[in-house]
Design a protein. Sequence first.
Length: 223
Amino acid sequence: MTRNLAALPLALVLMGMGYGQFQDGHTTALRKVSVGAGGGFLGNHENISQQGLTAFNFPFHADLRVGAHERVDVGATLFLYAGLVADAKVNLMPPDSDFALALRAGIGAAADIGEPGAWILHAPLSVIASYRFLGCLSPYVGLGYGFYWIFGRPISNPDPTATYADRKGHGDGVLRITAGLEWVIAGRVAILIEYSFLPAVVDDPGDNYSFGDNHMVGLAARF
């Protein structure tokens, strides 16, 4: 028998907090710092019909990036309300090219604020492509995969006569398919709008949690 699913609010927080892309394929300039902040709407019809709209349907986003090389930047993104994800992005194209193709990978963790003693380890991987034209507009797409290892979550209403699935170790996996637009409005100030589809593709039945498929639309500013 598989374990019971965890409470819905964790799914919404996990999928929203720190899960938006909010960047194109170009990297932050060498020794420069950029800050991003924004928010959005996250959910699916099934969750909303069961729970109604809650604060978890309106996640916010915050990140900091630093240029480490003409083609590399590093950053940190808020993850959940109690953690961070650190990552590095490498642009495979020349820094002065309007077309950018970047690889991005990271690692992070957070405490599960809804379940004392539980915590989440997260490793995102993604590819980002974008093209800048008119000097200020940059449509972008992204394809990513997120590994989630969830620890310390108890079984909800356990049945003492039941046998539950063991942890498999591979974690839960969620794809992120993103399309967005960055608009530089003045100097280094930019507005970003994006949409992401977040289907769950892998489930570890032993971690007491399963992801659902979600949609996210978001708006952010980068300085």
